[in-house]
Each structure stands twice: as C-alpha cells, then as structure tokens.
Design a protein around this ligand. Structure first.
Ligand SMILES: *[C@@H]1O[C@H](CO)[C@@H](O)[C@H](O)[C@H]1NC(C)=O
Ligand SMILES: *[C@@H]1O[C@H](CO)[C@@H](O)[C@H](O)[C@H]1NC(C)=O
Ligand SMILES: *[C@@H]1O[C@H](CO)[C@@H](O)[C@H](O)[C@H]1NC(C)=O
Ligand SMILES: *[C@@H]1O[C@H](CO)[C@@H](O)[C@H](O)[C@H]1NC(C)=O
Ligand SMILES: *[C@@H]1O[C@H](CO)[C@@H](O)[C@H](O)[C@H]1NC(C)=O
Ligand SMILES: *[C@@H]1O[C@H](CO)[C@@H](O)[C@H](O)[C@H]1NC(C)=O
Ligand SMILES: *[C@@H]1O[C@H](CO)[C@@H](O)[C@H](O)[C@H]1NC(C)=O
Ligand SMILES: *[C@@H]1O[C@H](CO)[C@@H](O)[C@H](O)[C@H]1NC(C)=O
Ligand SMILES: *[C@@H]1O[C@H](CO)[C@@H](O)[C@H](O)[C@H]1NC(C)=O
Ligand SMILES: *[C@@H]1O[C@H](CO)[C@@H](O)[C@H](O)[C@H]1NC(C)=O
Length: 573
C-alpha cells in the first residue's frame, strides 16, 4: 500500500517535471548592468541556445553576444565588434553617448546576423553595419561589417526574411522598411509603414511573421519614463498596419514601479513554443533619479495565441514563467554575467573577456605579466586623465583605463597597485566611471607638496557631466610611512542606498584601511551618460605631465553581493 502510493506519486511528479508548462521563478534583470536595447534569437541548431545582444556605445570590444539555454544563466559568448578596423569611427573624440546603438540579432540557415548602427552627433549620418558569423562563440569568426545603405538616414535597424527569401530592414524613426541585399549592403527606397500610437520617438522596430500577419513591434515615448513597446500588424509587409487596440504591450509609464523606462523590446519563441519578450528597463522607480547601472535587460513571459496579439506579463523583479530547465552547459570561454571576477593576470594569459575599454584601446598601454612583473596588469599612463577633454585624440593618446560593468546593486571591487611614481602628478587608481565627465576616483598621485614630491592618496570626483549635483569634496591623505614599498589595495564598495565607499589599505595589513570618501550613485546616473551604465575599473595617467611610470595592478576582485529587485528589497546574488 505504502509502496504503491510512493510509486504513484513518483510517476505524477515525473510527468509534472517534464510538462513544459511548469513555471519556475526567476529575477529580473536577466542581463544585469548596462545592457540596453536587447535583441534575442532562439537557435535550435546550436543545441537549443538563446542568443542576445545589447548596445555598447563607446565600450570596446562592442556588440556583445550572450548565450543561454535556460534564459536565466547567461554567458558572454563573443563580441561581434572586436577589431578596431571593423568600425574605425569609434576612435572619434565625440560625445559620450556616441558609438554603437541598438542592434538586432537573428539566425538564418547556418549564419548569425547582427545589424546595428554607429552614431556620431557631429553629423547625423548613422552608419548601418551588418556583422555575420557562423560561430557566435568566437570573436575572430565575426566578419567585417557590410555597410548597409541608409536611405532613411536613421537608427535601430532590424533584419527580417520573408517566406519568399527576400530580406527586409525595418528602421526608425517613424518606421520605414527597405529591402536589402546582405552581401552588397544595397537598400531600396524605404516605405513608411507606421508612426506608432502617437508618442514621440517611434523607434527600435522588429518585424515578425505569424499566422499570415506581419507584426511590427516598436519602442515609443523616448527611452525615459514614458517609454513603451507597441505593436501593429498587416497582411502585406507594405501595409497598411493596424495598431493593437490594447497598446502598449509593455510599459511602466505612469506607474510607481521600481522597474521604470520599460520598452524597446524583442519577441522570441523557445523550443517548447512559449513566447518571451526582452526589453530594457531602469531600476530606479518610482523617482527615476538614481540608476548607476543604466538600462538593463529584463525578460517576461508572453502569451500569443493564433491570430491574436502578444500579451506580456508586467516587468517586475520577481517573475514566474515556463522557463526551460536549468542548464549551464554552454560553449565558449566567456564568464557567466553574474559571477565574481578573480583575475590574477597570469603569464601568457590575455585580458579577460568581461573587461572593457572606453573606445578601442591604444594597446601599447596595456600588458599582462610584462617581463619582471608576473601576475600583474601593467597600465602605462595616458597623458590624458579619465576626463580627457577637447584636445584628446583617442587613437594617438589612448586612455589608460580598463573596467568591467557594474552588474549588481551591492558589490565589492578591489585591486592591488604597485606604483612608484617619479614625475609630478603621475597617478594610478580605481574609478567608478559612467563617462569621461562623470567618474568617482581614488588614486595614488605624486603631488608636489611644499616643494617635495609625495605619493598621496586622493579621492576626487569629476561631475561636470551632471551639473547641479552636490559632490563630496576632494580628500588627500599622505600615504602612511609604514606602507612605503608595499602594494596598496584600492577598494570600492557599493552599499544599500546606492552609495559607493572608496578606501585604501596596505596589502600587508588590509584590515586597517583608510576610508577615503563616499559618494552617491546619483553622480553616475544620467547626465552626460543618459544611455549608458557604470563601469568599475583601474586607470593610470600622467595628468598631462611628463611622467611615464607604469602602474602594476594585481589581484583584481569584483564580487557581486546583492540585487535590488524592488525599492529597498535586496536578494543575494
Ligand atoms: C542555405 O545555405 C546553404 C549553404 O550555404 C545554401 O546552399 C542554401 O542555398 C541556403 N539556403 C537558403 C534558403 O538560403
Ligand atoms: C507618419 O507621419 C508622417 C509625418 O507626419 C506622415 O507623412 C506619414 O504619412 C505617416 N505615415 C503613416 C504610415 O502613418
Ligand atoms: C512624458 O509624457 C508626458 C505627457 O505627454 C509629458 O508631459 C512628459 O514631459 C513626458 N516625460 C518625458 C520624460 O518625456
Ligand atoms: C505560467 O506562467 C505563465 C506566464 O506568466 C502564465 O500565463 C501561466 O498561467 C502559468 N502557468 C501556471 C501553471 O501557473
Ligand atoms: C609563455 O609563452 C612563452 C612563449 O610562447 C613561453 O616560452 C613561456 O614558457 C610561457 N610562460 C609560461 C609561464 O607559460
Ligand atoms: C606644507 O607646509 C605648511 C607650512 O609649512 C605646513 O603647514 C603643511 O603642513 C605642509 N604640508 C604638508 C603636506 O606637509
Ligand atoms: C542646473 O540648474 C540651473 C539653475 O537652476 C538650471 O538653469 C539648469 O537647467 C540646471 N541644469 C541641469 C542640467 O539640470
Ligand atoms: C623602500 O625601498 C627603497 C629602495 O628599495 C629603500 O631605500 C627604502 O628604505 C625602503 N623604504 C622602506 C620604508 O622600507
Ligand atoms: C584631468 O586633467 C586636466 C588637465 O590636465 C585637469 O584640469 C583636471 O583637473 C584633471 N581631472 C582629474 C579628475 O584629475
Ligand atoms: C616636461 O618636460 C619639458 C622638457 O623637459 C619641460 O619643459 C616641462 O616643464 C615638463 N613639464 C612638466 C609638467 O614637468
């Protein structure tokens, strides 16, 4: 009797586990940290893997591709843009929000296509770039981009194949569609298909074909708090398009939700036929003031019945949906997006994949385990500091800065520095960096004090990109005598309430640290970086002087600790 109950239960449980409609819980964002304008595709031929890409602006390498089998564990698979000659324009000294904007990723007949645009504000002539690969786990396999004609002279290209094999590109603003040739980049005169529901900035289009309709999903309202995703459909790709009467499909506008700015979405189907949407969202509600991580990628389940319209769940921190079974067996050498960094820069290793430069780097400034300095990253000083300025020539001068995305609300970052400056104002340190005009720095700087050069700890904030914000004063502390000749550990802690605390310690006695200052994440929210998100990393500069003393960074640690998933509610990572 007892045994029969057990076995009946066993059978019931087994069939339940295998039922694809069983829901699991997960938390948003699924791609935490600066990951806006997500676009994703499910590729059965690549062992049932989902691939997503997000916008990278000036970060290099750019156009990242993430891979997952369960929609919650995401691995950094590759960067479509990983060689400066693919997009030399990235070396322009323009505004801080220029660069690679929203992309679309799709798979067709053995090839991955990633279409995106490069933007410069000096001249409004967005360059459309179509990258392809047959191996999304290998940077080198990504092609040089085909430069696609841009008759609409706008942004946010989509790529879509019709059943007859024709390739179309939808594009902002007020949505246009052209037929394109993926080999030559030729584009036909575009036809205008939909202006959205009437909000400003109809953009970020994606086309789908389902049940005999062409569906056009777009973003509207601007990427701030009025953002939304809306949809229209037509039996003919040329239109007329009929808007969904219950638009928007996704939004957080006029709500006091924690997940604000929801919009710019993409739709895709998993291997069991369930529909999903990804969108960008800013964890900042309801005030939308403090959001150092900028616009992140969220995931919601969607129901989309035959002949009907997609209905998406509300974006929240705690979600439930018919996720594929948990599976971290993903190809490639990149890290999962939410794991700690424990980087020791061993000899003959390369710079880890999650580390980024601000624009393509001057590679001569960086060396892993240079002769006589094993297990370090050597950064030679750039003449310009992190703020750089108008005379800065990115290709020639370079910026001695390398960083990773802040991916958690609460984290600890530290790195050990060995630095023996000789010239005045030579500096090496750590930075919480949104843009060149908004960064919070703790450096060791060789200050001329009373006629003597003294290596000094300096906490200093650049906030010219965010006027009207009160910033804490600069603080300088002479390096204690007992620390001489030792490596110094510089640390950043992000704590509850979106504060950063920066401190320094001798590595021989890391417990006895000097608290150098605290600053609100408000300083690295919006302003000159309204579309980007915060990085945390290390720098070396001669501050315009004659110094050339390199700094040796070792024991790079970044530990994500907790995510805020609703106002004041944190979950451990
Ligand atoms: C798919 O790719 C193969 C091999 O490259 C090619 O022969 C075939 O024509 C392609 N099919 C379509 C529908 O494009
Ligand atoms: C979109 O707006 C433009 C400018 O107002 C107008 O010329 C065009 O006809 C509109 N297109 C559609 C498809 O509504
Ligand atoms: C949002 O829309 C409202 C109503 O149209 C408008 O008053 C407000 O300025 C908009 N806000 C932003 C940030 O665009
Ligand atoms: C699973 O989640 C989906 C999407 O939220 C929902 O529509 C469905 O009712 C849920 N199913 C169960 C069995 O809870
Ligand atoms: C690093 O590579 C060089 C040349 O490939 C080799 O001679 C050397 O032994 C390697 N060192 C280590 C520590 O692996
Ligand atoms: C510099 O000299 C002034 C005047 O002698 C003295 O008060 C001050 O403490 C000195 N500063 C440092 C950092 O030694
Ligand atoms: C800063 O404050 C001044 C005076 O209140 C105002 O005119 C200006 O628009 C503000 N700037 C920003 C970027 O908010
Ligand atoms: C630091 O090293 C230098 C040269 O190696 C030495 O002259 C000096 O005495 C050392 N200072 C301390 C405090 O150990
Ligand atoms: C960067 O360098 C410029 C010019 O050398 C200087 O005016 C500015 O204060 C420096 N900024 C920081 C944050 O050190
Ligand atoms: C840099 O070197 C030049 C030539 O030796 C000298 O004239 C100049 O004063 C130096 N600049 C600084 C900031 O030390």
């Amino acid at each position: 009797m007892f045994l029969r109950v057990i076995s009946t239960l066993g059978v019931a449980l087994t069939s339940w586990v295998h039922c694809s409609s069983m829901n699991r819980t997960y938390t948003n964002p699924v791609l935490p940290g600066w990951n806006s304008d997500p676009s994703c595709a499910f590729v059965q031929e690549w062992d049932n893997t989902f691939f997503c890409t997000t916008s990278s602006f000036l970060a290099f390498p750019g156009a990242p591709v993430f891979a997952s089998k369960d929609l919650t564990n995401w691995k950094l698979a590759s960067y479509a843009l990983n060689r400066v000659d693919q997009v030399p324009e990235l070396l322009n000294n323009g505004q801080q929000s220029e660069g690679i904007w929203a992309s679309t990723i799709r798979y067709r007949n053995g090839t991955f296509y990633l279409i995106t645009s490069y933007i410069s504000f000096a001249v409004w002539e967005p360059k459309l770039l179509l990258f392809t690969t047959t191996d999304p786990f290998d940077n080198n396999a990504w092609s040089d981009p085909v430069r696609v004609e841009n008759p609409a002279n706008d942004i946010d290209p989509d790529i879509f194949w019709d059943d007859d094999g024709k390739t179309y590109m939808a594009i902002a603003a007020g949505i246009y569609i052209s037929e394109i040739d993926v080999t030559t980049g030729a584009a036909t005169e575009p036809f205008r298909v939909w202006n959205g529901t009437g909000d400003r900035n109809p953009e970020g289009p994606h086309l789908y074909k389902k049940d005999g309709y062409y569906y056009l999903l777009i973003g509207e309202g601007g990427t701030e708090t009025n953002h939304s995703a809306t949809i229209a459909r037509s039996r003919d790709i040329h239109g007329p398009y009929e808007g969904y009467t219950k638009n928007p499909v996704l939004t957080a506008k006029n709500t006091d939700r924690y997940f604000q700015t929801v919009g710019h979405a993409d739709l895709f189907q998993d291997g069991d036929g369930n529909w999903w949407a990804v969108a960008l969202s800013t964890r900042s509600g309801p005030d939308w003031e403090v959001y150092p991580m900028g616009r992140e990628t969220v995931l919601v389940p969607v129901t989309w019945e035959e002949g009907g319209w997609p209905v998406a769940d509300v974006v929240r921190g705690r979600m439930s949906g018919p996720l594929p079974p948990q599976n971290k067996d993903i190809k490639g050498g990149g890290p999962f997006v939410d794991v700690p960094d424990m980087i020791d820069f061993p000899p003959n290793s390369s710079i880890p994949r999650q580390l980024l430069f601000w624009r393509p780097p001057k590679t001569s400034l960086f060396a892993v385990s240079s002769p006589g300095h094993p297990n370090t990253l050597c950064i030679s000083p750039s003449r310009f500091n992190l703020t750089a300025g108008d005379n800065f020539q990115p290709a020639q001068d370079g910026l001695g800065f390398i960083a990773r995305k802040q991916t958690a609300s609460i984290f600890e970052y530290s790195v050990d520095v060995s630095f023996k400056p000789s010239a005045v104002d030579e500096e090496a340190g750590v930075s919480v960096f949104l843009t060149q005009l908004q960064h919070i720095d703790l450096g060791i700087i060789n200050l001329a004090t009373n006629g003597t050069l003294t290596p000094t700890l300096r906490f200093r904030i650049e906030a010219s990109g965010k006027p009207n914000v009160t910033v804490p004063d600069m603080k300088v502390v002479p390096i204690p005598d007992s620390w001489q000749n030792q490596t110094i550990r510089l640390s950043v802690k992000a704590t509850e309430g979106s504060m950063y605390t920066l401190s320094a310690a001798s590595t021989s006695n890391p417990q006895e640290s000097i608290n150098m200052g605290s600053a609100s994440a408000l300083i690295v929210s919006g302003g000159s970086g309204p579309f980007t998100g915060t990085l945390v990393g290390a720098y070396a500069t001669s501050n315009g002087g004659n110094g050339s003393t390199p700094a040796y960074f070792s024991r790079w640690r970044y530990t994500p600790l907790a995510q805020e998933i609703s106002e004041g509610e944190y979950v451990r990572v």
